[in-house]
Design a protein around this ligand. Structure first.
Ligand SMILES: Nc1ncnc2c1ncn2[C@@H]1O[C@H](COP(=O)(O)OP(=O)(O)OP(=O)(O)O)[C@@H](O)[C@H]1O
Ligand SMILES: [Mg+2]
Length: 231
């Protein structure tokens, strides 16, 4: 469904991705792991057309060359960036409304789904998003993205800075999302949730993929873990 071939990306003159190759298939949760600075977020930004890139990026058989972020989103790719991305002066409900697909279009998700999955957001539906905790804003960003009914959601370090109990919850939400047929590209540094919920794990090092296999095979591969993941 998403096919990435020989992807290079640049910030000005700085060449950050050096030939990234991988695929995400329908209904899969794929973890993109790696240390700080390995290029995981840049890969997400390239898919969304937010950095200069070269190579080939195909989504459902269509090239993403030249596409802007909103166009990629319209094609069904949801993106939850590292920086929690809420409208701080709007309420939770208004934030969700802004994520909604065009009127009259059917969607996998509605307000009730979001409020059932995240009761905390229901309690706070009339609260301004900007006063909520980081974890709550993260949930809201995820929900707003889901309201646009993506077929793939790219989520960048959703568990960063969250308490272990909440990290577990994030894993459960991602499984629920997958159960509705949405693919997930989960960018993470921590192995725990990634290993528990992923169908496949990718490891990135110095701007390319150094491992692509099942979580079990990554667990068994001490060399890759030592060289590219553990600190
Ligand atoms: N806006 C930017 N301008 C210049 N260089 C950048 C920019 N953003 C990232 N980089 C560089 O690109 C490389 C890859 O960064 P990237 O953000 O993709 O890493 P990452 O794997 O997401 O790690 P982390 O999120 O932990 O920093 C790093 O060397 C980083 O310093
Ligand atoms: Mg990052």
């Amino acid at each position: 469904m998403l096919k990435i071939n020989n992807l290079h990306a640049y910030y000005g003159k700085s060449h950050v991705l050096h030939g990234v190759d991988f695929e995400v298939h329908p209904g899969e949760i794929v973890a993109l792991l790696g240390r700080n600075g390995s290029g995981r977020s840049t890969t997400a930004k390239a898919i969304m057309g937010l950095v200069h890139w070269e190579g080939s990026l195909d989504w459902k058989g269509q090239s993403l060359t030249g596409k802007k972020a909103y166009e990629v989103a319209h094609l069904g790719v949801g993106y939850v960036p590292e920086s929690r991305d809420v409208f701080p002066n709007l309420t939770v409900h208004q934030n969700l409304l802004l994520g909604q697909k065009g009127k009259g279009k059917s969607s996998r998700w509605g307000f009730d789904d979001m409020y059932a999955m995240f009761p905390r957001l229901k309690e706070r539906q009339h609260t301004e998003a900007g006063v909520m905790s980081g974890g709550e804003q993260q949930m809201l960003t995820l929900c707003r993205t889901l309201m646009g009914d993506p077929d793939l959601i790219i989520i960048d370090e959703p568990t960063e800075g969250l308490a272990p109990k909440i990290v577990e919850l994030v894993g459960e939400y991602l499984k629920k999302i997958k159960d509705r047929g949405v693919s997930v590209l989960l960018i993470e540094q921590k192995l725990t949730i990634a290993m528990n919920i992923s169908d496949r794990a990718l490891v990135m090092g110095h701007g390319h993929i150094v491992f692509d296999g099942t979580p079990a095979s990554l667990r068994a591969n001490e060399k890759v873990r030592k060289e590219w993941l553990e600190v």
